[in-house]
Ligand binder design. Structure first.
Ligand code: ZOZ
Length: 694
C-alpha cells in the first residue's frame, strides 16, 4: 500500500480511504493500492467486510486525465485498469463502495467492481468519457448494463451526463442512499450485507442481443444529431450492445480495443485539450497575487434589449438580484416579456420548476431610472453598439455607481479605453462581452483596458465562474479576440463567394466540417447590417490597394439584413426556413464582374483552408500583440462562443494538428501576409504548444 490509500479498522470492517486530492483520480498507485488493501483485508481473519471511500470532497472522479497524453505520446505504457478492478471484484469478503461528490468514469467503474454501493443524497454518478472523446475503458460498458439495464447504460455512456443518487438508486446502480454520515452508513451497510455479489455475474437486466441492437440504432441516431461528428458516443453504444452478445471477459476485450482506438484518435486529444483549457484560462499569468476579489451581491444593468435581458437572466439564474433599466416603459415591458417567455419555455420543457422560474424572475427588477444603481456591486452597460451612446451612458453610471463597483461594458467591438475615458475611474472599467443568447452561451470574454486594475480583472474572472460562465481574458482592440478573428473568417467567406463559390456551398462545407452554422447563415441570423455599419465606420482605416470583402454591402444597400428582414444571403419563410437567395448571389457575381475578379470552382478543402486558416493567421497576430495570452485562450473563445467543434480542439490546436508548416504554406499560397509569429513558430519544433504572451 502507499500514501494514496489509507486504511483503518472499525467494528471488524476494513475502511479504505483514497487520498489523492483534489478529486481522487486514479493516478498511478491508486488502483494498485486499492487492490493491495482489498487483498490485505481478505488475508486478515478479523476483517468481515471492506468499505472503500474517497477522502476530501469526492469519491473517485475518474482516470487521471493527465496520464492519457503520456500514453498516446509513448512516454508510458497503457493502463490496464480493468484487470485490477476485477481483482477487487474477486474479493471473497464483501466490498462496499461509499460514494459522495462524484463517481465519474473510472470512478464509477471502480464503484461497480465493488459488491455494493451506498451514496449520500447529493452524490452523482456517470460515465462522462465521451466528453473527452473516449469511452469507458475499465469495463464500464459491460458492468453498467448489468446493473442498470441496457437502455439506461447506453444513454449514460453515449451522452455522458451524470445521474443523481436518486436516479442511480432507481436504476440499480447504487443500493442505498445514506442519510447522515456516509462512512457510518457504509459501515452499517457492510455489517449487514448478505455476502459477495459480483456485478459481472448479473445478467437479468441485459437486453437480448436483438433488443440491444435496435436500442443501439436509436441511440446512435440521437448521438449523431446531438454530438455531430463525434466518434466516441457511437463506439460507446456499440460496446454496451456487445455486453448483450458477449460473455463478460470478451465484452471487456471488445471495449478495450474500442477505448484504445478512441484514445489514439485526434478527437480525444482535442477534447482533452478543451477540458484542461477550460481550467487553464481561469489562471491569469502576471496578475497580482494580492488583487482583492470583490464579491458581487447585487447587480444592475442598463439596456433591456436582447443582450441586456439575457444578461439579467444570467445574474438571476446565479441567485444575484439585478436591476434592469431602460429608457421607456415600452422597451422595458418588451424586455421583461421576453425574459418571462424564456422562463416559461424552460418550464414547459421541464428544465425548471415553475417555482424556480418564479423565484428567478422575481430577482429581476425593471426600472426606468438609475435609482438603486448605487447599491450594485457590478453595473453592466448593454445599450446599443455606438461609442458616443456608450460614453454618455458610462458618464451617467459614473455619477451614480458606488465607489468600488465594477463598471462593465458589453461592447463586442468598441474601444474599452475610450469608454473608460468617459468616467472619472477608468481603473474600475472592464469589458464583459456576452454571447447571444447570453443565458445559454458559456463564454464571457473579459476585456481589460489599459487602466483596468488587477482587482477588477480578478473579480470579473471570479464573477464569471459564479455566473457559470467560462471567463477568457482579452486585451483591448477592435473586436477583441472573438470578433476580430471572426471578421477575418467571415471576410474570407465573402471573398470566396466573390471568386465563384456559392454561399450555400461555403456554409455546407463548414457545417459538415463541424461548425455549428456556416458563416452566411450566422450573418443572416446576427443581422448583416451590424457588420455593414462597422465597415462603414472604419472605412477611413482601410489600406489603399488592399482587397476587402464588399459584396455583402450590396445586400445591405437593398435592405437585405438577413432573418429580421426576411432575406439576406438566404430567403426566409414565416417559419424562418431558409432557401438560397439567388438574387443575392447575382449581386455578388455582378460585383465580381465589375471588379474583374477571376471566377473559379472551389473544392471543400479549399473552402476549409481559406476560412479556418484565416482564423489561425489572425489568432497568431492576436498572440503576438498580447491581446490573447495563450493559444488555448483563443481556442476556448471559439469553442464556447462561436460553435467551433470541440472535437477539433479550437483553431490554434487544430492548426497544430494540421502542422504549422502546412498552414504557413497555404497562407503564402493565398498571398496573405503571414502573421510573423506563425512564420516563426512554423520553423520551430513545438508549434503553438506552450507559447505564452506573458
Ligand atoms: O473536475 C470535474 C470533472 O468533471 N472532472 C473530470 C471527470 C471525468 O471526466 N472523469 C472521467 C475521466 S476518463 C476515465 O475515467 C476513463 C476510464 O474509463 C478509465 C479507463 C482507463 C482504462 C485504460 C485502459 C487502457 C469534477 C466534477 C470532478 C470536479 O469539479 P470541480 O469544479 O470541483 O473541480 P475542477 O474541475 O476545477 O478540478 C479540480 C482540479 O482537478 C483536476 N482534475 C479534475 N478531474 C481530473 C483532474 N485531473 C486529472 N484527472 C481527472 N479526472 C482539474 O484539472 C483541476 O486541476 P487544477 O490544476 O486546474 O486545479
Amino acid at each position: 500500500m502507499n500514501d494514496l490509500i489509507l486504511t483503518e479498522r472499525r467494528d471488524g470492517i476494513l475502511v479504505v480511504t483514497v487520498n489523492n486530492p483534489p478529486v481522487n483520480a486514479l493516478s498511478p498507485g491508486v488502483p494498485e493500492g486499492l487492490v493491495a488493501a482489498v487483498k490485505a483485508g481478505n488475508a486478515e481473519a478479523a476483517v468481515k467486510a471492506i468499505v472503500i471511500i474517497g477522502g476530501g470532497k469526492t469519491y473517485i472522479a475518474g482516470a487521471d486525465i493527465k496520464e492519457f497524453g503520456k500514453i498516446t505520446s509513448g512516454e508510458r505504457g497503457g493502463i490496464a485498469l480493468a484487470p485490477l478492478l476485477r481483482e477487487i471484484e474477486d474479493s471473497n469478503k464483501p466490498v462496499v463502495m461509499a460514494i459522495h461528490g462524484t463517481a465519474l468514469g473510472g470512478g464509477l467503474e471502480t464503484a461497480m467492481a465493488g459488491h455494493y454501493r451506498v451514496a449520500v443524497a447529493t452524490a452523482q454518478a456517470g460515465q462522462p468519457e465521451v466528453k473527452l472523446g473516449i469511452i469507458p475503458g475499465a469495463a464500464g460498458t459491460q458492468r453498467l448494463p448489468r446493473l442498470a439495464g441496457t437502455a439506461k447504460a447506453m444513454e449514460m455512456c453515449a451522452f455522458g451526463e451524470p445521474v443523481s443518487a436518486q436516479d442511480a438508486l432507481a436504476a440499480g446502480i447504487i443500493d442505498e442512499i445514506v442519510e447522515g454520515d456516509l462512512l457510518e452508513g457504509a459501515i452499517a451497510f457492510a455489517l449487514r450485507t448478505p455476502g459477495v455479489r459480483r456485478t459481472r455475474d448479473l445478467t437479468a437486466k441485459l437486453a437480448t442481443p436483438e433488443e440491444a441492437e435496435s436500442l443501439a440504432v436509436a441511440v446512435k441516431a440521437t448521438a449523431a444529431r446531438k454530438m455531430r461528428g463525434q466518434k466516441a458516443p457511437l463506439a460507446a453504444v456499440e460496446c454496451v450492445a456487445a455486453a448483450s452478445r458477449l460473455p463478460f471477459d470478451e465484452g471487456c476485450e471488445y471495449e478495450r480495443a474500442a477505448f484504445e482506438k478512441c484514445l489514439f484518435d485526434v478527437q480525444s486529444k482535442s477534447m482533452i485539450h478543451a477540458f484542461f483549457g477550460e481550467r487553464t484560462v481561469a489562471k491569469i499569468p502576471g496578475l497580482s497575487k494580492d488583487a482583492a476579489i470583490a464579491g458581487v451581491k447585487r447587480a444592475a444593468i442598463t439596456g433591456a434589449g436582447t443582450m441586456g435581458g439575457g444578461i439579467a437572466m444570467v445574474y438571476a439564474n446565479a441567485g444575484i438580484p439585478v436591476l434592469l433599466k431602460d429608457v421607456s416603459e415600452e422597451a422595458l415591458e418588451r424586455g421583461m416579456a421576453t425574459i418571462r417567455g424564456n422562463y416559461e419555455n424552460s418550464v414547459r420543457k421541464g428544465r425548471l420548476t415553475s417555482a424556480d422560474a418564479e423565484a428567478r424572475l422575481a430577482r429581476i427588477t425593471p426600472v426606468l431610472t438609475y435609482d438603486g444603481f448605487d447599491q450594485a456591486d457590478v453595473v453592466v452597460e448593454a445599450v446599443f453598439e455606438n461609442l458616443e451612446l456608450k460614453r454618455k451612458t458610462f458618464a451617467e453610471i459614473d455619477a451614480v455607481a458606488r465607489p468600488g463597483a465594477i463598471l462593465a461594458s458589453n461592447t463586442s467591438t468598441l474601444d474599452i479605453d475610450a469608454i473608460a475615458g468617459a468616467t472619472s475611474r477608468p481603473e474600475w472599467v472592464i469589458g464583459h462581452h456576452y454571447f447571444s443568447p447570453a443565458n445559454v452561451m458559456r463564454l464571457l470574454e473579459i476585456v481589460r483596458g489599459k487602466a483596468t486594475s488587477d482587482s477588477v480583472i480578478a473579480s470579473s474572472m471570479e464573477l464569471a465562474r459564479r455566473l457559470r460562465k467560462v471567463g477568457v481574458l482579452a486585451g483591448n482592440c477592435r473586436g477583441f479576440i472573438g470578433n476580430r478573428m471572426f471578421g477575418a473568417y467571415r471576410g474570407e467567406a465573402v471573398m470566396l463567394v466573390e471568386e465563384g463559390a456559392t454561399p450555400w456551398q461555403v456554409d455546407q462545407a463548414l457545417y459538415d466540417w463541424g461548425m455549428a452554422m456556416g458563416p452566411f447563415a450566422v450573418g443572416d441570423l446576427a443581422g448583416l447590417d451590424v457588420g455593414w455599419r462597422i465597415r462603414k465606420e472604419f472605412r477611413h482605416l482601410e489600406i489603399a490597394g488592399k482587397r476587402y470583402p464588399e459584396a455583402e454591402d450590396l445586400l445591405c444597400e437593398r435592405g437585405w439584413f438577413g432573418q429580421k428582414t426576411g432575406r439576406g444571403w438566404y430567403e426566409y419563410d414565416a417559419q424562418r426556413n431558409a432557401s438560397p437567395n439567388d438574387e443575392a448571389l447575382a449581386l455578388a457575381r455582378d460585383y465580381a464582374a465589375q471588379r474583374k475578379i477571376n471566377q473559379k470552382k472551389f473544392t471543400t478543402d479549399e473552402i476549409i483552408e481559406r476560412t479556418i486558416y484565416a482564423l489561425v493567421n489572425e489568432g497568431a497576430r492576436l498572440l503576438e500583440e498580447g491581446i490573447a495570452i495563450r493559444p488555448v485562450d483563443i481556442d476556448m473563445v471559439y469553442l464556447l462562443g462561436y460553435g467551433f467543434p470541440v472535437w477539433r480542439g479550437g483553431p490554434m490546436f487544430y492548426a497544430g494538428c494540421v502542422g504549422l508548416p502546412r498552414v504557413l504554406d497555404a497562407v503564402k499560397r493565398f498571398e496573405w501576409e503571414p502573421a510573423p509569429l506563425l512564420a516563426q513558430l512554423a520553423s520551430g519544433p513545438s508549434g503553438f504548444t506552450g507559447w505564452s504572451a506573458r
